[in-house]
Design a binder for this molecule. Sequence first.
Ligand code: NOJ
Length: 738
Amino acid sequence: MKQTELQALLADMSLEEKIGQMVQLTGDFLGQEGIVTGPEGRIVVTPEQARLTGSILGVSGADKLRAIQEQVLAGQPHHIPMLFMLDVINGFKTIFPIPLAQGASFEPELAKRGAQIAAAEASAAGVHLTFAPMLDLVRDARWGRVMESPGEDPFLVGAFAEAMTKGFQGDKLSDKGKMAACLKHFAGYGYPEGGRDYDNVELSERTFRDAFLPGYRKAVEAGVAMAMTSFNTINRVPSSANRWLMRDVLRGEMGFDGVLISDYDAVGELVSHGIAADDREAAKLAILAGVDIDMMSPCYLNHLQELVESGEVEERLIDEAVMRILKLKNDLGLFENPFKDADEAEASRLILCDSFRREAREAAAKTFVLLKNEDAILPLSAAADETVLLSGPYCTERRICGAWSFPDTYDNIPNVLERVAEGLSGSALKAEYAPGCSVTLRGSILKDKPEEGMTHEETEKAIREAAEKAAGAGKVILFLGERFYQTGEGSSRTELSLPGMQMDLLRAVSSVNPNVITVVFSGRPLVMTEIEQLSKAVLMVWMPGTEGAGAIADVLLGKREPEGRLSMSLPFAAGQEPLYYNRFRSGRPRFSSEDIKGYKVGYIDIDYWPHHPFGYGLGYTEFTCSPVKLSADTLEAGGSITASVTVKNTGKRAGSETVQLYLRDAAGSVVRPVRELKGFTKVRLQPGECREVAFTITEEMLRFTRLDMRFASEPGDFEVFIGHDSLTENKAVFRLQA
Ligand code: NOJ
């Protein structure tokens, strides 16, 4: 449709029809079963309201959605097609590793490809829009939703924001296999007090702008079609009522011109927040703030019409919102083809096809972070004539895709035991298996699913059996981890430890066999200190997705190397959280190296810094990095300088290194971070091979929100760090000219 036709359509719509477009319900309200991701209790819908509803969430399936669309088109006075939305986070049915793991790949192209595959599958299943990418900067591992973010660094989050948005949306939303994306959760949801989900966020405007906004901004620049308000408050204003945030910052400054949707019942929750007396006032605050679609609350549904009729809300605001929604439907091509790509045959051809599975497997290995590898115990040597004991709950666990994944069945997700056995066949190695323990304990007093798992007594027996087998084995590989739903929405934790009796299994096994390799599944950074003390090698595999088990076998057996680097700092103790590398400098101690590293405000019982810093991770070979060379030692506004190093593979295998560039402002009008990631690149080198890696530095990269609140640079000295991780000391200095 042309813009003039959209305008004519809007002009012809009744107020009820327009408000219907601004309401989103779950499929249940149209008699459809689907995924329900929040409370439904307060909503009562009349048949007329259901008929006018503009979008639903949580339903997929080509035939099902075709049938709904036919019903909608027949019932709608203007035959306006409905929008179908769903949480397609790290995959639709072929699931990639969780976003935090994808961040650890330092390979935005991987996330782009994951999003393309997800869009191909989901759009064939009739879905038009995904509630992704999630771009909340995360700094506190206790928060359950860290798994959904690319990580703790603004530059990294921004790189993934752009890649994922482009992956889902392609060049044109109406193209086959593409779907609209939705950046979320605007804004600052990733920094709730104490890491407690939905809690308040208190941030200075300067830090909010410099650290938290850049990721979302990159998605807007990449043309993201929708944005979602966050549940939290920012400086005591809940996002769905925050006019400054939505109208001035998101639309005004960032130039977002797509549809703004609330999070699930977030408009209704303005009453719980205590800034609206009732649903009516909540509806008014939300429309004034610029929320176009009210997801799953009764506010717009029941009160928007009377607010307009009483003159409290100008109809102009409704028209603007509806025009944005109609435009999105039009961009998706729904007026011409209301079913878009919905096609059962195509969906069953694409979903979980061999090539998607293969790509998911390759991607997973790129996200694994090798934390320790003493005596180069990994990769396993296929020629060794020895027994390898496989033990621990993740040997047989199939729920390894993360909390925001909804496979139709877990039966076709291979487990570790199957894939490692397959990998070992044909080698001299023999695998043995002992269950060891369950993830959590049955009857536990903690909230972790006390009805599941082994009892304490059963576990003690299983651990004894595992230890007996371990004593006779050449090596032991333990597959341990958090339960898959211990991260995700509403899943914050106070402890960053392995649940149940998994540490007892590790202690028992390592006391009889020195060659323990521990593979850890998790949706967040965990405290790994004791795990590392008791293991020769530790591999973090996050929640690795549909083909994660195959990728683990590939990495253990050396068919692939683990390429991941930490996307969040790993703490020594949960009490260090929030923990992130790009901290602000402080007054004490003066001029020590800790000051440069930034971890100086510390504790008396543990070290100040993280156990492993952001950017850290080992591979199966070693690299050296030459001193930083600068093309000039001064930079002029409008100009650029080049900072370069030569990286050499000094080991015996081909491998890849993630070379990271950090900058540090020597002095600014406000306190600056100790260093900030400004570039990264991955190089793959053969043994003995060298490559020069160069980064261009421009004045734009040095800008920040200054004392005068202008986003601009300030002349002076800057340090350039290039190396393996965020603690590298390999540096040079240049001066930005006035
Ligand atoms: C609530 C979550 O916060 C959001 O991320 C999700 O997209 C919606 N529910 C819809 O499921």
